[in-house]
Structures are given as structure tokens and as C-alpha cells.
Design a binder for this molecule. Structure first.
Ligand code: AMP
Ligand code: TRP
Length: 327
């Protein structure tokens, strides 16, 4: 059975981009594949985090996974820092496989550090893609379902795996990224040229999974639209295209059908309907989250960590042996 691995950082409320670009895809893969989903807390600390808030967010992301349909009976769910092999493999890959030349090409680091001061960016932020490669390679992952912004990082994992295998013999499976067609890049509601992101400067950029119906309606009403008034799905209308994609992914309606439904109607009608579709998804989701207790979640995460540890320990032992660290 093919192995699937992916993760989300507990660095803020999840937003529609996280769900439509990644987690929605994970849910549908669970019955067919051997699936592991991680809460990548060590990635979150590459930028400053408030300790108490971080603890809370780790549990919140776990709750969101479950309430979105990740089933602990089918998938392994765990917290990255509970499995030490991730940091261990990261260090080994840093030394024997990753090169400065690879790392300097990483666009996410350039973007993230450009916003702040490069001089003050943590070394961890620079090394983040190698830790992500370790996450993926430890579990013999075949497929990594992510949004488009992570493809370059999965490519790096492929490069590191190939380089290691060439030097030390066949050790790692070469993973492949997997994107969804319409969800791979959900754009900001306030600017269709930038991806929806929790680090955006305006809260009108994103809709979080915990936004109340009022807030969702307000954000969608304020979302930028293109010139004209017809509801058409085209590259020339990127703002509307983004909204139609969101509508389509939540309702299951094809983009053509949505166009047909709104012939003769304007942006106002469409936006009201879009808000309804999103709210109809979010309200029951939020109710499921509220019913979950921290204690139950911790039990699930402990069980997940035990299982992940077993697999990761085997791999790291093999890696250490191959590079001469086992005497
Ligand atoms: P992050 O919030 O950076 O941990 O991202 C978690 C997952 O959500 C990754 O697979 C990202 O590629 C995906 N993702 C984040 N933002 C978006 C977006 N705007 N559109 C599509 N996918 C996204
Ligand atoms: N870097 C990813 C993001 O920000 C999160 C992540 C960490 C990840 N490790 C991973 C995703 C391994 C897939 C596989 O979205």
C-alpha cells in the first residue's frame, strides 16, 4: 500500500487554504493508502512562538484534523517533537546530503526572511526544508499531499534522498508531491495575486476555520472582485476565479455548473451564496471541535507517537549504520 505523509504547522488558526489545498485531500486518501499526518511543531518554532499559545495550538490543530475527517483508526496522527528521529535525521541530512547551494534556492525562506530582517531570521528557518525532508523520508513516503507553495520543499526531499542513496546505498524512497487541481493555491480574498496566508497583514485576506458566520459573511462581502458583473470562470478574472474555486470545492458543484447557475445574476447574489456554502461547512465543523476534550486528543496523539516512533527508529538506525555511526 502506498504511503502518504503530510503535516501542518501549529502556528495560527487553520484557514480555508490549508483545508482546501491540503487536508481535504488527506481525508479522501485515508481509505486507499497508508496515511500519516503530523502536527509539525518543530517547524512552527522557526519563528517566535509564545509557549502557552503554542501548546494550545498543537491541540487545536489535532482537533481540527479529527473534526475535518482524519480518522485515527485509519491514519497515524502525531506531534513531530514526540518523535526524536526527525531532528536526528535533519542533522544527518544537513551534514551528508544538503548543500548550501540547494538551500539558497528556497523561495519560501527568501519570502519569509525578506518580510523581516534576514540578519535576524533564525538558523532554523533557513534549515526548515531539511527538517521537512526528514519528516517525509523517515516514513518511506511515496506521496506528499500539499499545496503548491510546498512543492519546492518536496523537490528538495527528492534531491536529498537521491543524493543519500547514491552515496550510501538504497535507503530512502523518492517521494512525490501531490496537488489538487482547484485547491492547490487558494488566493487571498483581499488580493488575488497572493496566496491566502495566516501571516497576511489584513484579516480580510483569509477565512479561518474558526471564524463565526458573521465574520465569514463580512469577509466574503468585502472580498475584491474583478471588473464587470458576470459570474464567469476565467483567468482574466482571478479574484472571481478564486471565489468560484472555493464555492466549487465546498459544494462539489463543477465550475461550469456554478457559471450556469448564476447567469443573469450579479456578484452580490453569488457572494451571499458562497458565504452560505462556507458557513454550512464551518458551523458543524466548529461544533465537532467544541465536543472534543484535550484529554481524548492527548491519548490519540500518544498512540500516534508510539506508532510513528517504531517506524522512525528503524529508519534512523539504518541511516546511522550506513554512515558509520553504529559501532
Ligand atoms: P502551513 O499553514 O504553512 O503549515 O500549510 C499547511 C498546508 O496547507 C501545506 O500543505 C500548504 O501547502 C497548504 N496551504 C497553505 N496555504 C495555502 C493556500 N493559500 N492554498 C492552498 N494550500 C495552502
Ligand atoms: N512545511 C509545511 C508547510 O508549511 C509543513 C510540513 C512540515 C510538511 N513537514 C512536512 C508538509 C512534511 C508535508 C510533509 O506547509
Amino acid at each position: 500500500m502506498k504511503k502518504i505523509f503530510s503535516g501542518v504547522q501549529p502556528s495560527g488558526d487553520l484557514h480555508l487554504g490549508n483545508y482546501l489545498g491540503a487536508i481535504k485531500n488527506w481525508v479522501s486518501m485515508q481509505s486507499e493508502f497508508d496515511t500519516t499526518f503530523c502536527i509539525v511543531d518543530l517547524h512552527a518554532i522557526t519563528v517566535a512562538q509564545e509557549p502557552v499559545e503554542l501548546q494550545r495550538r498543537i491541540l487545536d490543530v489535532a482537533k481540527a484534523y479529527l473534526a475535518l475527517g482524519i480518522d485515527p483508526k485509519k491514519s497515524t496522527i502525531f506531534v513531530q517533537s514526540d518523535v526524536r528521529a526527525h531532528t536526528e535525521l535533519c542533522w544527518i541530512l544537513n551534514c551528508v546530503a544538503a548543500r548550501m547551494g540547494d538551500m539558497e534556492k528556497m523561495t519560501q525562506f527568501k519570502d519569509k526572511s525578506a518580510k523581516g530582517d534576514v540578519e535576524r531570521a533564525s538558523v532554523g528557518l533557513f534549515d526548515y526544508p531539511v527538517l521537512m525532508a526528514a519528516d517525509i523520508l523517515l516514513y518511506d513516503t511515496d506521496v506528499v499531499p500539499v499545496g503548491e507553495d510546498q512543492v519546492q520543499h518536496v523537490e528538495l526531499a527528492r534531491t536529498l534522498a537521491r543524493r543519500f542513496n547514491k552515496k550510501f546505498g538504497d535507503t530512502f524512497v523518492i517521494p512525490q508531491p501531490k496537488l489538487t487541481k482547484e485547491g492547490k493555491r487558494i488566493m487571498g480574498l483581499d488580493d488575488p495575486t497572493k496566496k491566502m496566508s495566516k501571516s497576511a497583514s489584513s484579516e480580510y485576506n483569509y477565512i479561518t476555520l474558526m471564524d463565526t458566520p458573521d465574520v465569514v459573511q463580512k469577509k466574503i462581502r468585502k472580498a475584491v472582485t474583478d471588473s464587470g458583473s458576470e459570474i464567469v470562470y476565467s483567468d482574466e478574472k482571478p479574484a472571481l476565479q478564486n471565489l468560484i474555486n472555493i464555492y466549487s470545492l465546498f459544494s462539489g458543484d463543477s465550475t461550469e455548473n456554478i457559471e450556469k447557475k448564476y447567469i443573469g445574476k450579479g456578484y452580490g447574489d453569488f457572494k451571499n451564496a458562497l458565504a452560505d456554502v462556507v458557513v454550512n461547512f464551518l458551523v458543524p465543523f466548529q461544533e465537532r471541535v467544541k465536543l472534543m476534550s484535550d484529554e481524548d486528543i492527548k491519548k490519540i496523539l500518544n498512540k500516534g507517537a508510539m506508532k510513528a516512533n517504531e517506524q522512525a527508529e528503524q529508519k534512523i538506525r539504518d541511516v546511522k549504520d550506513r554512515i558509520g555511526l553504529v559501532i
